[in-house]
Design a protein around this ligand. Structure first.
Ligand SMILES: Cc1cc2nc3c(=O)[nH]c(=O)nc-3n(C[C@H](O)[C@H](O)[C@H](O)COP(=O)(O)OP(=O)(O)OC[C@H]3O[C@@H](n4cnc5c(N)ncnc54)[C@H](O)[C@@H]3O)c2cc1C
Length: 510
């Protein structure tokens, strides 16, 4: 009953549901199936751990010579929850697994430029004033079905124009790019602001940084352990998916090295970057309505550059240090101290963050060059200090990772809610889940958590297991929009609208 019989059926697994990816979305999809008493599933991941983009590494060393654990990927629980209001599920799990975490205090901030310390914090207040106005306007666009614009336009009309003032550019980067990994020019105004509201106004405006030495993914492993046993044969790590053949009857997943999985349904949780880079071959090719949504949504890159020194030469009580480069916006702008109270105290670790084109630039160059650039910036910020050589230095290259091709998604101008729904929608019995598929929480861990769970519940409803609330928003196949119209009918391309010539005229007969 599947689209294609594998060459060697003995090398094939047979299961009801193949879950592709053991990140947050894959694990919550499996958990939802398990909760609906569907135990016949397989979870596949090319990495050798559970957690995907919740990824950590060893770094530097403490006084006893043991290394620290630092997070290369997700680091914050963003938007915790307020009394009486809903709670971010990642916060609930953070408490459940007693993750070590500390409130990130964005007011614990000192500002710098190329000449050292320079207090331009009043520009932060000016930004906040304009942002409040912009928020209202974005809300009006959403409620009145007005045409979306980019966030640059939204900000400009709210009175925020950083122009060539590099202090203002640094403030804007801190307030926008740092979260979204894209500039306001490249971000949807309507959905950028709505997404921020849904996390920071619905849950709370608190961000807690996780510094747990087990690694942030302890919560993902913890949840997986509730339905997977030790060495569970349903978890296939270090297993690479090369192609996915789908139909209305089922799915066949080909694995590197020749094996395959035949399933009634499959859930692809691969990142938007993986889908855009065509690492996995889909048979038949994904329909145009699906492919357009995949290509339009944006995959950003966010890079943390870790440095450990033999002393904390920056203010030991401050969490954040904002640097305005005189020439380049987004040039090593945010420095975050892990040595600050409540974090990895006296670790002498600080990390810089860059995104987008600066990430791509440093990914292309050797570590030594990036280290030299970091030290030059620190020398500018702290002119009275002879900056020592770091004793440890490390950064990931997210946009080059074959299993991620970037860090997390962002909503571009020109993407409507319907078009985004096409990113979510199943194609026959092939389902999609993951961070980018969350209309409300794209980019965040909780987005991945909700999307995985929803797809798991929908598949469970189709398999007929223990789902009582049929017909609600989370059962059955997903809505999709095969045709999406613009707002201009063909007849409107006329002289009255400044379009007297046919768009399809061809006068060159050669
Ligand atoms: C640098 C960075 C910082 C971030 N900061 C935060 C933060 O502070 N707070 C927050 O809430 N979110 C943050 N995020 C976002 C968060 O990490 C993601 O939203 C979330 O982890 C995505 O989960 P997912 O299950 O959708 O995808 P993934 O975690 O990417 O899971 C997909 C899995 O599929 C696997 N896979 C891919 N291709 C194949 C293949 N061909 N075969 C087999 N397996 C494959 C991958 O190995 C991966 O494990 C950050 C992300 C990054 C990278």
């Amino acid at each position: 009953a599947v689209v294609r019989q594998p060459a060697n059926t003995t090398s094939c697994y047979r299961t009801k549901v193949a879950i592709l990816g053991a990140g947050v979305a894959g694990i919550t999809a499996a958990q939802a199936l398990s909760n609906a008493s569907i135990t016949d599933f397989l979870v596949v991941d090319r990495n050798n751990y559970i957690g995907g983009r919740v990824a950590h590494t060893s770094f530097g060393s403490d006084q006893n010579g043991s290394s620290y654990t630092v997070e290369l990927g997700a680091n914050w629980i963003q938007g915790l929850g307020s009394p009486g209001g809903p709670e971010n599920p990642i916060w609930t799990l953070g408490k459940k697994y007693k993750l070590d975490n500390t409130f990130s205090d964005y007011d614990s901030l000192l500002t710098y430029d190329e000449a050292g310390a320079n207090d331009y914090s009043e520009i932060l207040d000016a930004f906040d004033t304009a942002y409040d106005i912009a928020e209202d306007e974005a809300g009006r666009i959403l409620t009145e079905n007005l045409q979306d614009t980019n966030t640059r336009v939204g900000f400009s009309l709210a009175g925020w124009k950083p122009r060539k003032d590099m202090h203002a550019q640094a403030v804007e980067w801190w307030s926008w790019d740092w979260e979204t990994s894209y500039s306001p020019d490249d971000s949807s105004f309507e959905f950028g602001i709505a997404g921020s509201n849904l996390t920071f106004n619905q849950f709370s405006d608190e961000n807690n940084l996780v510094w747990d030495q087990r690694g942030f993914n302890a919560f993902v492993i913890g949840e997986a352990s509730e339905f997977l046993t030790q060495n569970d044969s349903r978890l296939l790590l270090e297993t690479v998916v090369t192609s996915i053949s789908y139909s209305q009857q089922g799915v066949v997943v080909d694995l590197e090295g020749g094996g395959c999985i035949e399933a009634d349904h499959a859930v692809c949780t691969f990142s938007l970057g993986v889908l855009q880079n065509e690492v996995v071959d889909f048979q038949p090719p994904l329909p145009r309505w699906k492919a357009e949504a995949i290509e339009l949504f944006q995959m950003g890159t966010y890079t943390k550059i870790f440095l450990q020194f033999n002393e904390t030469f920056w203010d030991p009580d401050t969490q954040f240090f904002l640097y305005a480069d005189p020439d380049t916006r987004g040039y090593y702008p945010v420095w975050q101290s892990l040595s600050a109270p409540g974090f990895l105290e006296s670790s002498n670790i600080i990390f810089a963050t860059v995104v987008g084109s600066e990430s791509y630039r440093i990914e292309q160059q050797p570590d030594e060059q990036t280290k030299a650039e970091c030290l030059a910036v620190l020398s500018a910020m702290f002119p009275d200090i002879d900056i020592p050589d770091p004793i440890a230095f490390l950064y990931p290259r997210w946009s080059q990772e074959e299993w991620a091709f970037g860090s997390y998604s962002n909503w571009p101008p020109g993407m409507t809610l319907e078009k985004h729904q096409n990113l979510r929608a199943n194609v026959d019995r092939l389902w999609f889940a993951g961070e980018a598929n969350s209309a409300e929480y794209f980019g965040f861990l909780h987005g991945a958590w909700f999307e995985g769970q929803e797809v798991g519940m929908r598949i469970a409803s189709l398999l007929g297991n223990n789902i009582t609330s049929r017909g609600n928003a989370t059962s059955g196949y997903m809505t999709r929009y095969e045709v999406l119209h613009g707002t201009t009918d063909l007849w409107e391309y006329n002289a009255a609208n400044g379009w007297p010539t046919s768009s399809f005229v061809v006068n060159d007969a050669s």
